[in-house]
Design a protein around this ligand. Sequence first.
Ligand SMILES: Cc1cc2nc3c(=O)[nH]c(=O)nc-3n(C[C@H](O)[C@H](O)[C@H](O)COP(=O)(O)OP(=O)(O)OC[C@H]3O[C@@H](n4cnc5c(N)ncnc54)[C@H](O)[C@@H]3O)c2cc1C
Length: 505
Amino acid sequence: MICVILLLSTVLYAERLPNQLLQESSENTPFSSPQMACIPCRGPGPDPEAEYSKVTSNRPLKNWGRSYQFTPAVVVEAATFEDVIEAVQDTEKYPTPVRALGNIHTVTEAVVNEGGTVVLMRKLNQIIAVGNDDEGQTVTAQAGTTLLELHNWLGKKGLEMLVAPEIGDASVGSIVGSVTKDAGPGPPSETGSLYKAIVGVKYVDHMGRVVRLSKKEHAAELGLFKCSEGLLGIVLEVTFRVFPESLVQLSLKIMNTKDMVKKISTDILSKTRTAFILVQPELSFIETREPAPEGAEASSEFWWSLIAAFKLPNFQHGLVLFPFPLLKFLPYRACLYRRTQVNHYGEPGPRDNRLDFSWYEYPFERFEEVVTAFNAFTLDFAERHNGWRPGACATYFMERMTNKPHGWFSCKGKGYEKAGMSFTLDPIFNNPNDPNWRAFVKECNVFAVAHGGRVALTQTREMDRDTYLACPGQVPLKEAPNKRFTTPFFARFVEREGEDIEIPL
Ligand SMILES: Cc1cc2nc3c(=O)[nH]c(=O)nc-3n(C[C@H](O)[C@H](O)[C@H](O)COP(=O)(O)OP(=O)(O)OC[C@H]3O[C@@H](n4cnc5c(N)ncnc54)[C@H](O)[C@@H]3O)c2cc1C
């Protein structure tokens, strides 16, 4: 009973606290301008309720975290594949660069397209069919479908994807060419990142041609597409591997961080078990996840709704209320389906705290050394910045991919050559525009380079070309310097700016 009261009061408190803790004012956002005052848009991202014509000029857009605002010359609300093809083909009506956007939840400049053409994919959200290939069952969905929509649809059929990041608002088209991470148990060849689950894609290339790639017939080309950061084309449909749904057992531990790093291999992870860890220099919140024991039944809906109701506002508002020391009294153990842990983050109010993060990957063999050094760096930063610290670091574990051509989660680059596990160490904060947070993230990028870490263009903030190329296994985007899809942000990372290269099929 005490625990229930604690949870409920935390949830209720969570809904109120963000305004009180607000650290920014609308004046300190780097993108506010007099022009933005008359935006007909009610919240972050494209407003699905607003009445816009299919093609709008100079419609301002912003990401969910409101760290980036921009005004494309043309915004197209695509309702058919033909709308997307036309936007790519007609270079006069639709100025270069052309980029698709889903729900604009990305935390980096990868979403910015000032003066170009944005194709909003949200209305293309049909889930087409469950199918089969040589390796098992699949599901195909249009690019604007959100992960939450897909999980719920599959759940009704007793199916699931083995990768279920807690962000339900991500569109499936956006995650084809960029990093994702999640901590779900299962075979290492299938879990950790949606890259592993994507077995087919249909896209519009820079000439407006519709191209289909499948793992069976075009494994290498599909691999390149999945590394291309959206520079090879606009995704229309995605095919994922799916499985019969099965229960996952979650358990919570709060541990001293010094003990956690020592016991990571022995007590916390095992062959069948993975974990999602929130690391602070002193304490760690450890949620282990493993297949539920045979015969186990799903915990009651009340129980998992309570867990979700505690987690959702905490994640959404950037952990402003994560009382680590108190959590150790929670009898937190549940058997759940993966989809019950997938969230829809509503639009944050204008003065709400909201989660921001920056993504880093390291080889698992260096877990103790890197986490210890990072905690020392965090405490040192706090000393230099009047005690300011991030909320925690989010840590996930995943098996690297031997067949991924380069970059994040590949077996390329010093320290990552062998097949093995990587872990992430992603600092989290509750205000994307806070000057201390932005300074901290810049120093995290330097830390990553010094400690053999890797970054990702759609999830690591404050990224520049030198840092990007200094990370092991990261190469200029040489297979995808397609100028029709290259915004100034992506132009910083390509090998030869302004050339069109096609995948030979
Ligand atoms: C609160 C929060 C929590 C998050 N938690 C997680 C998490 O647990 N795990 C995780 O992996 N990520 C997480 N993320 C990151 C998020 O999953 C990704 O940024 C995701 O891609 C956002 O989806 P979107 O539809 O909003 O993409 P957008 O932000 O709209 O687009 C992202 C990029 O994809 C490109 N793109 C979009 N659609 C297409 C298309 N159809 N074809 C080609 N390119 C396209 C865009 O041009 C852009 O470069 C989180 C983000 C937030 C804000």
